[in-house]
Design a protein around this ligand. Structure first.
Ligand code: FEO
Ligand code: CA
Ligand code: CA
Ligand code: CA
Length: 648
């Protein structure tokens, strides 16, 4: 069983709108071009159609390592072991697992999980996810490591993690407080010592824990709106805490973006009544109790007692790691969704553009374009407070090189969008931003297969997104060989004129993930596109990031049964792709029942940081401490033994 997947409410589609599903668009595009009619399977058609058709010719890539100028390491096989596997010539070291003291006077972690709430507030949180390294003065040996703690792993049957021997029994205010303190983010001053080992600078003034109780601000167009006012905050501008921070982003002015994802899972009621309105249902609030049970001890998490509190979550939170006294800012201009990550680009005229996915089955892809321009070395502190929010509509259409489809960015603006201007359910732009999903439904955005991370190619500006899976797809097209998408795909788009602020784009599918171990017939779309082989098969791409050289790193959060549909795929893993040749190689495999997520580099590209989240979520891991220990989420520091750049 997978506890994680019972917690992740993106598994349940809440999008009841009539908007077109992405796969329907794909099917129509390709069937109109005659590829499916010709008898070539969808996956082959996708690649025969492009200029890289030569790649699709090679039916037996499994036996020979294709040369790639970008990928310098030798691929590794799958693993089902409770340990980390990494390509030859590389070393992976565990760093800052859950419970690590973050201050000189913080208590040591108790290995039975019995630390109290006060201790947890001074230790590294649980379930590491998004991560970013901010160098100090450009250094590649000293900086601030900022990471998200997405959720807590409490207990699962006989397996107990967060609360020591008796788990959640009895459930108490103290345990609620500990769970709240295990959420949020950590800011950790780290440096490489003389022996070359990365260490925490425990006496640094920068070390900081941000939790579900930290005071922060709501800023931008929706701040102060009636929908954001509560009994505790009649101003609608002051909010306590952040939680379910999944992926992340960062800005060129050295701030961190923590992305609030499945916030809905923290709001329930002890009243026994179901008073949820349409918006609360669209965002997936539970009718009654939640798994986290915070509502039993903290009134603001009971949506009957405090109906607007949930509107204060689901935002992008900007954190200045270099100012420990600064209040994090929830930037309402970027919309309220189940944010996965946030990837920036600069437009031709230097406005900041932020790409964002809403991770739920049948939800959408967005971008924010600032009104102001980025000024290097200047004050950019309000740049994310004013701009336009757009949602993507993917269409079939004319070919532009290998980017065959066409798309448009539909503005979610109460004045500029005629549909929203005429829709009385949105009185103001604040309503549009608080209920972003409903506005996107109204303008006919394209339903996607759970958009996860977005990343922008450092040279071309092409934008890539992982669509992790969508096994509840109800695609009506008979030509669609993947009515239930269990493996996922990576889609990419190219903004018109190469300008990130453009309102139209072209797109294609970079990889249709599949399993040629289970499905040996290459015409079966379940085997994936031609760049999926028996040697690199995986499922559920999630974390995604380009490095400076343009390598595309792909992390997975999928099924790890290694049987049935997932035979030959092993534990969750990290692979690396060459965007030009489309070759994909497995670089790293995580321990049992984990996901691999979050990725960042030092400026010299010689240290890579990734996270191992929820090892042993079903009770089968004792990683990293071994023996009979409680498994712990952790950062992994990857270096190349010869001191070279990662990936070479
Ligand atoms: Fe927190 Fe969509 O993964
Ligand atoms: Ca994710
Ligand atoms: Ca995921
Ligand atoms: Ca996760």
């Amino acid at each position: 069983m997978q506890k994680h997947h019972t917690i992740d409410s993106e598994d349940l589609p809440t999008n009841a709108s009539e908007n077109e599903h992405f796969q329907v668009v794909v099917d129509r595009a390709y069937s109109r071009r005659g590829f499916l009619k010709s008898g070539i399977g969808l996956s082959a058609a996708l690649f025969l159609a492009g200029p890289l058709a030569v790649y699709a010719d090679s039916n037996d890539k499994s036996s020979d390592e294709q040369p790639s100028s970008l990928l310098g390491f030798k691929a590794i096989p799958i693993s089902t072991d409770d340990t980390i596997k990494i390509a030859a010539g590389y070393t992976a070291a565990v760093f800052a697992p859950w419970g690590t003291p973050l201050f000189a006077d913080a208590p040591a972690w108790k290995a039975d999980g019995s630390d109290d709430a006060a201790a947890q507030a001074r230790q590294v949180g649980d379930n590491h996810d998004g991560i970013h390294f901010f160098p100090i003065d450009g250094s590649s040996t000293e900086g601030l490591l900022v990471l998200n703690h997405e959720y807590t792993t409490a207990e699962n049957g006989d397996y107990i993690w967060l609360f020591g021997a008796n788990g959640t029994k009895p459930w108490t205010a103290e345990k609620t407080a500990k769970a709240m303190n295990a959420h949020g983010a950590s800011i950790i001053h780290i440096a490489r010592n003389d022996a070359g080992k990365w260490e925490i600078r425990l006496d640094s003034r920068y070390n900081r824990r941000i939790t579900a109780s930290t005071e922060m601000e709501l800023t931008g167009p929706a701040a102060g709106s009636d929908l954001l006012k509560t009994k505790a905050d009649p101003s609608g501008t002051r909010v306590l805490g952040t939680f379910n921070n999944c992926g992340n982003g960062w800005t060129p002015w050295n701030t961190y973006l923590a992305c609030e994802e499945n916030f809905n899972n923290y709001f329930g009621t002890t009243s026994g009544k179901d008073t949820r309105n349409a918006a609360q249902k669209r965002y997936g609030l539970a009718a009654k109790s939640t798994d986290y049970r915070w509502e039993e001890f903290v009134d603001r998490f009971d949506y009957v007692k405090e109906p607007n509190e949930s509107n204060r979550y689901g935002w992008i939170v900007e954190i200045d790691p270099f100012d420990p006294s600064s209040a994090p800012k929830k930037r309402t201009a970027l919309g309220r969704i189940k944010h996965e990550n946030a990837a920036y680009a600069l437009s031709a005229d230097k406005r900041i553009v932020v790409y964002m996915g809403d991770d739920q089955r049948d939800d959408y892809i967005y971008k924010f374009v600032s009104d102001g321009i980025y000024r290097e070395g200047g004050d950019n502190s309000t740049l994310l407070d004013a701009g336009k929010l757009y949602v993507a509509r993917f269409q079939d259409g004319k070919t532009d090189g290998d980017f065959m489809g066409m798309g448009e960015w539909v503005v979610l603006d109460k004045t500029a969008n005629a549909t929203l201007a005429g829709d009385t359910s949105f009185a103001t732009q604040a309503d549009v931003l608080v209920n972003t999903r409903l506005a996107a439904d109204a303008v006919g955005a394209t339903k996607m297969d759970r958009p996860e991370w977005v990343s922008v190619h450092p040279a071309s500006g092409d934008v890539y997104v992982t669509l992790t899976n969508n096994d509840k797809r109800t695609a009506p097209d008979a030509a669609n060989p993947r009515a239930a998408n269990i493996y996922g795909q990576i889609v990419r788009w190219r903004e018109t004129g190469g300008d990130a602020a453009a309102t139209t784009f072209n797109w294609d599918i970079f990889v249709l993930v599949g399993n040629p171990v289970k499905y040996t017939d290459r015409d079966d779309s379940k085997s994936g596109s031609s760049n999926i082989t028996i040697d690199n098969t995986f499922n559920s791409p999630d974390g995604l990031a380009f490095d400076k050289a343009g390598r595309l790193w792909i992390q997975t959060d999928g099924k790890y049964t290694n049987s049935g549909e997932y035979e030959g795929q092993g534990n969750n893993q990290m692979l690396c792709a060459d965007p030009a040749s489309k070759e994909i190689r497995r670089f790293f495999v995580g321990p049992k029942e984990c996901e691999v997520t979050g990725i960042t580099f030092t400026p010299d590209s010689k240290t890579m940081f990734v996270n191992i989240q929820h090892p042993g979520e079903a009770g089968e891991s004792h990683w990293p401490d071994g023996g009979n220990s409680i498994p712990r989420s952790s950062t992994i520091i990857i270096t190349k033994d010869d001191g070279g750049e990662i990936g070479t």
